[in-house]
Design a binder for this molecule. Sequence first.
Ligand SMILES: O=P(O)(O)OC[C@H]1O[C@H](O[C@H]2O[C@H](CO)[C@@H](O)[C@H](O)[C@H]2O)[C@H](O)[C@@H](O)[C@@H]1O
Length: 274
Amino acid sequence: MPPSNLGDQRPTSPWNAEQAWRATAERVRQCVLFFDFDGTLAPVRDDPTAVQPAPKVLAALDALAGKVQRVAIVSARPVDFLREQFAGLEEVDLYGLYGLEHCHGSGETVTEPAALPWVPTMADLVELARAELPESILVEYKRLSVALHYRTAPQHAGTVEAWGRAQADRLGLRVQGGRMVLELKPPVDQDKGLVIGEAVRSARCAWYFGDDVSDIKAFAALRAHQEKEPDFFGVCVAVANPETGQEVASAADLTIDSPEALGDFLTDAVHLLG
Ligand SMILES: O=P(O)(O)OC[C@H]1O[C@H](O[C@H]2O[C@H](CO)[C@@H](O)[C@H](O)[C@H]2O)[C@H](O)[C@@H](O)[C@@H]1O
């Protein structure tokens, strides 16, 4: 199915996908392409350690990185995890843990200094979560954050929500909701919107592809930049899903059916960009 414009909430691009790629081609060396990872480039699985990019995604990103100014992954995963997923794509920049970590190309990982004092808190929190939450809740330790997954035990969503919010209040952490997951993060001002706001400064166009509620801030950052800089345009693309899909699609210019369809979409874009 071709991408359709479902935007009914935010100002939307007047273009269909092909028109947007053609406008991008005219300023291709000044364009940045941003991608969320889970649910966008990689299909969702019950086991977060078992995911991998959809077919055609890696080849398309590699080809696009040679054409545009920059390709970047903006994810809630740690940079080390992303490095494994994108090994071999040396031109791709990685922002992990909502921007608390980043690396450019194959350079070293830089961590936001304000987050580092929270490492011991997160290590303790993981132990507590494993001891106190039902066994069917998957507790993911990410050094600077902890994700509590209830995808395989949706009956415990309320328990996870209440436990997570109580721990956030007790420890002064922030809560981030997502697809069948509740995440506890340090109280540091960093999110996908702030990453994008900073990263688009030298660009004249940018695309952001995402599927989850945390990606809506990235869409908003593109729109805010477009308002400030009339010569800049942004394209917000949602990847459909049964959980957050409607909310994300309603904030986007275009919607793609799935990570697999995104692989095809990006492969076509390689040709449209010449
Ligand atoms: O910013 P993202 O790259 O989209 O990361 C968001 C969360 O993704 C992962 O969880 C999600 O994908 C899992 C694997 O498919 C799935 O099992 C889970 O239900 C989803 O919420 C990751 O494990 C989390 O740490 C990220 O916060």
